[in-house]
Ligand binder design. Structure first.
Ligand SMILES: *Cc1c(COP(=O)(O)O)cnc(C)c1O
Length: 360
């Protein structure tokens, strides 16, 4: 069997142990005589799977009792519309645009009301996070929106914005469960799971209970109301049942590892290996301002497109795959999510060093 080191931004690596458990339970889940893919989502055996997944998620992420956890479909991108449809009571929201995903969310919100861009880092190709300590928050803003880790550009917030009392909504897709976060600071925290949590097809929304109401924009479809899913414990209709099961295995893996405090330590250690090398290298360099560097997505370049291409292709031949940068940035990007072992990062750095000696 051949396993590569997959540096994809998403879908991305899953922990080996999780894949092995899924394999072992594939044909006969715990004596039920069926796979999780085949069973009714209304069955007792599945109910136990989704309830345990939720309980483990709550424990690992530290979700307070006055928050709901929803397992939804439609990717993080559906939330770009669902958030304004459910929260825009005054039809005004403030957006901080720090990358393509925040920009898409901001543009989508404009279909439902006034979406103000109150700060942006687009002037320098999103290579930093703007000062968010004293922004012109709109008096009647229903919420303030951020994308907390910018997958494409490799930046992350060091501190949350001062929302001046407004509800904070955060897209944490590419940093989900990578470190402990204080959920009480957020009205909604959400993410597609395919970056750091599980197989594509599930979006996890953590939402404060008082934000779940019937008072949504007129015409909001049933499936796009948080209340529909909250009232039915994510079982209003058929959920992405198998994918939720795999997410549940990942939550158990995180618990066993020691939770998010431990996970963060490991992630910091991995990121340091790569950033230290980039800072010392004469051939490769990181593309973002140091203080805003992401722990998860690490973009870097050489001085020429030609060398970038050569690097990506030689790396791939050595089993380091998906290192090509996003089409809007070029160069390279190594996504080193939770499931990427530290050996993967160390071996990548060794390979980069060898490449540098040969091509520097
Ligand atoms: C990947 C990504 C998205 C889009 O996710 P989909 O599930 O494909 O819709 C949104 N936000 C961030 C931060 C992402 O990394």
């Amino acid at each position: 069997m051949k396993r590569v080191y997959n540096f994809s931004a998403g879908p991305s690596m899953l922990p080996m142990e999780v894949l092995e458990t899924a394999r072992d339970e594939m044909l006969d889940y715990k004596g039920s005589g069926q796979s999780v893919m085949e069973m009714s989502h209304r069955s007792k055996v599945y109910d136990e799977i989704i309830k345990t997944a939720e309980a483990d998620f709550r424990e690992v992420a530290g979700v307070p009792d006055n928050y709901k956890v929803l397992f939804l479909q439609g990717g993080a991108s559906t939330q770009f519309a669902m958030i304004p449809m459910n929260l825009m009571k005054n039809k005004v929201a403030d957006y901080i645009v720090t990358g393509q995903w925040a920009k898409k969310a901001w543009q989508e919100a404009g279909n439902f009301g006034t979406a103000n861009k109150i700060a942006s880092s687009e002037d320098k190709t999103f290579s930093y996070i703007p000062d968010v300590s004293d922004l012109p928050i709109s008096e009647d803003a229903d919420y303030v929106y951020i994308c907390q880790n910018n997958t494409i550009y490799g930046t992350r917030y060091k501190e949350l914005p001062n929302t001046k009392g407004k509800i904070l909504v955060s897209d944490v897709s590419s940093m989900f469960l990578s470190e402990p976060l204080d959920i009480t600071k957020y009205g909604i925290m959400y993410g597609g799971v395919q970056k750091n949590v599980g197989p594509a097809g599930v979006t996890i929304v953590v939402i404060r209970e008082d934000l779940i109401t019937e008072d949504v924009l007129p015409g909001t479809p049933t499936m796009l109301k948080y209340k529909t899913h909250a009232d039915n414990d994510s079982l209003y209709n058929t959920p992405p049942a198998y994918n939720i099961y795999v997410c549940g295995l990942v939550f158990k893996w995180l618990k066993k590892l020691g939770g998010l405090t431990e996970m963060k330590k490991i992630n910091e250690e991995k990121a340091e290996v790569l950033y230290d090398y980039l800072d010392a290298s004469k051939l490769f360099k990181g593309t973002v301002e140091k203080e805003y560097r992401s722990l998860m997505n690490v973009p870097f370049v050489t001085e020429s497109d030609e060398l970038n291409k050569k690097f990506v292709s030689e790396a791939e031949a050595e089993g380091f795959v998906n290192l090509k940068g996003h089409r809007s940035v070029g160069g390279m990007r190594a996504s080193i999510y939770n499931a990427m072992p530290i050996e993967g990062v160390k071996k990548l750095v060794e390979f980069m060093d060898k490449f540098e000696k040969e091509n520097g």
